[in-house]
Design a binder for this molecule. Structure first.
Ligand SMILES: [Zn+2]
Ligand SMILES: [Zn+2]
Length: 176
């Protein structure tokens, strides 16, 4: 799996929006958009609220229990996100698909790049590259760009913490 602008920006921005938590403020969201090179990322209160609502709809794409469920969630997002599908070569990039025109406002562009990117990645990989952290109570989601594609945790920290917890549960009289 080769990750680049066309299949990476959307899914990774989507994961960061979900992981921003329940109530990120506009400045925090704007920082995320900038980090993912979204152009004209300035957000007023209304746009920030729209992106918070969108982030809540993105979560089940990562945590879906089956391919059918993931496709159904994504199709609903595409219904609300896709406009005129076209090819672009902006910023000297190789040709790739955009789902809305560049003149659209920032909310429309973020919806399009996240829904479109997640849909393309799902079509290419069967959805096996999207997931939620296995550590209970973590709640973070991730895009699995590892070679083997068997990532289970949002971070090495969660993986280690979970390994320690499982070891203790399996051996209650040792290691305390
Ligand atoms: Zn692009
Ligand atoms: Zn985690």
């Amino acid at each position: 799996m080769h990750f680049n602008h066309d299949n990476r920006t959307g899914p990774e921005l989507a994961a960061d929006l979900v992981n921003a938590g329940d109530d990120p403020d506009g400045a925090e969201l704007e920082r995320l958009l900038r980090a993912h090179t979204i152009r004209r990322p300035a957000l007023d209160d209304r746009a920030a609220a729209a992106l918070r609502a969108w982030a809540r709809r993105l979560r089940p794409v990562f945590t879906a229990a089956s391919a059918d469920e993931r496709c159904a969630v994504l199709n609903a997002l595409l219904d609300d996100a896709a406009g005129r599908i076209h090819l672009t070569t902006h910023d000297g990039l190789r040709p790739h698909l955009h789902l809305v025109a560049d003149e659209e406002d920032v909310v429309a562009r973020v919806r399009a790049v996240t829904a479109g990117g997640l849909a393309v990645l799902t079509a290419w990989t069967g959805g096996t590259r999207l997931g939620g952290c296995d550590r209970s109570r973590c709640g973070r989601v991730f895009v699995d760009s590892s070679r083997g594609g068997r990532r289970r945790y949002c971070s090495a920290r969660c993986g280690n913490a979970d390994a320690v917890a499982r070891y203790r549960a399996a051996a209650p009289y040792r290691s305390r």
